[in-house]
Ligand binder design. Structure first.
Ligand code: AMP
Length: 394
């Protein structure tokens, strides 16, 4: 594995797997260019060291060649952010692409069409990877958000470059920050895990309870725990199959000196609707026909106190249905509390699409220590899995 800050890119063509899977509006304009900006340090490093750049990414989940998922929509943002003109080819493999790569001069940027226009990408097809690699000299993986996938462009391709492969700066940053959070001392370490399902985060929860001092559980998944403890949760979302798992998590936490903190009160709704009628009750006394959609005021105070007294904070997942304004206060509150703690010196790492979106909407993204660019990849990294995109480079 090579080091991007030391590698000699002079007259080399660097093939960079980036994550340009950005949101577009109905005019196909990029509405959030965070992911494009994030790759600038990597692109600039290659150009500064005399190389040229071939960028490849996926965008959305196209079924074949669907124009609405074309990466051409990203070109204006990319040009604005790099301050350079960007060449674009309407394919990611084939003769036209090879010609464009051949013509590319030092200092220039070429963007390839959506990798997922070919089913071979997600299948990890070796012949497809070979075609992607053709005409380039060095491979850089800078797409942490897809590092948990063994796709052609994220992992299979790496072996074709021998020793001429390396991580980009997004990837390096992610690994450093996640390792920092994972190796933080247990005292004063709080993880806040929210979201819909216990099932999707159970391995992470089991890992974290060995590492953290306090595990705060919010969102719908809290109700599976509350019900497992014998509470009445009305028609709140519960995973019946995970009641036993929830009990065992609570036992394991106790054995590991990890305190599990569940919501004590809930903001309930009489329907899963933005304009539903609401009430506030203890989280274990929710009435029939009512469902907990956000944490209540007492819980907000408890969470605030825990967050303010933490030295390290890891946050993944909303503590309520924050997409609806009425049930967003808890999640935006957590974002604010973490930002305030960070200002006073706490190290905070936030990941997962919804938590990051809550931070962005409150303008707090730069008020936490680190925002992970990966949701699924971050969770799998915390689970202790070797991510294919990382393994292929190392
Ligand atoms: P996840 O992808 O597992 O992180 O779950 C995120 C989703 O959980 C968001 O769309 C939230 O609206 C949803 N969610 C959070 N709290 C609740 C709740 N109390 N009831 C139902 N859904 C919730």
């Amino acid at each position: 594995m090579q080091d991007i800050t030391k590698y000699n890119f002079k007259n080399k063509k660097a093939l960079i797997r980036v994550d340009f899977n950005v949101p577009l509006n109905d005019k196909f304009e990029v509405t959030d260019d965070t992911r494009i900006s994030a790759t600038m340090p990597t692109i600039k490093e290659v150009l500064k060291r005399g190389g040229s750049v071939v960028l490849m990414s996926h965008l959305g989940r196209p079924k074949g060649n669907e124009e609405k998922y074309s990466l051409k929509h990203v070109v204006p943002s990319l040009e604005k952010i790099t301050g350079k003109s960007v060449k674009f080819v309407t394919d990611c493999i084939g003769q036209e692409v090879l010609e464009a790569k051949k013509k590319l001069k030092a200092g220039e940027i070429l963007l390839l069409e959506n990798l997922r226009f070919y089913a071979e990408e997600e299948k990890g097809d070796a012949a497809f990877a070979k075609k992607l690699a053709e005409g380039t000299d060095v491979y850089i993986n800078d797409a942490f958000a897809t590092a948990h996938r063994a796709h052609a462009s994220t992992s299979i391709i790496a072996a074709l470059f021998g020793d001429n492969k390396m991580f980009g700066k997004v990837m390096i940053n992610e690994i450093q920050h996640l390792d920092k959070a994972l190796n933080a001392p247990k005292r004063g370490y709080t993880a806040i895990i929210g979201g819909a399902k216990v099932s999707s985060k159970i391995i992470v929860i089991e890992k974290l309870l060995k590492k953290v001092d306090k595990l705060v559980i919010g969102g719908a998944m809290a109700y599976t725990f509350i019900k497992a403890k014998g509470g009445n949760v009305g028609s709140s979302m519960v995973e019946q199959d995970f009641l036993e798992t929830a009990k065992s998590v609570m036992e394991k936490a106790a054995q590991n000196n990890c305190e599990i903190i569940l919501p004590v009160d809930s903001l309930n709704a009489d329907a899963f609707k933005a304009d539903a009628k609401t009430n506030v009750t203890p989280s274990n006394e929710i009435g029939e026909g009512w469902m907990g959609l956000d944490i209540g005021p007492e819980t907000r105070t408890i969470f605030a106190d825990i967050i303010a007294n933490s030295r390290t904070i890891l946050w993944n997942g909303p503590v309520g249905v924050f997409e609806m304004e009425k049930f967003a206060r808890g999640t935006f509150g957590v974002a604010q509390m973490i930002a305030s703690a960070t200002e006073k010196g706490t190290y905070s790492l936030v990941g997962g699409g919804d938590s990051v979106s809550a931070l962005n909407k409150s303008g707090l993204a730069d008020k936490v220590s680190y925002v992970s660019t990966g949701g699924g990849a971050m969770l799998e990294y915390i689970e202790g899995k070797k991510l294919p995109g990382i393994a292929a480079i190392e």
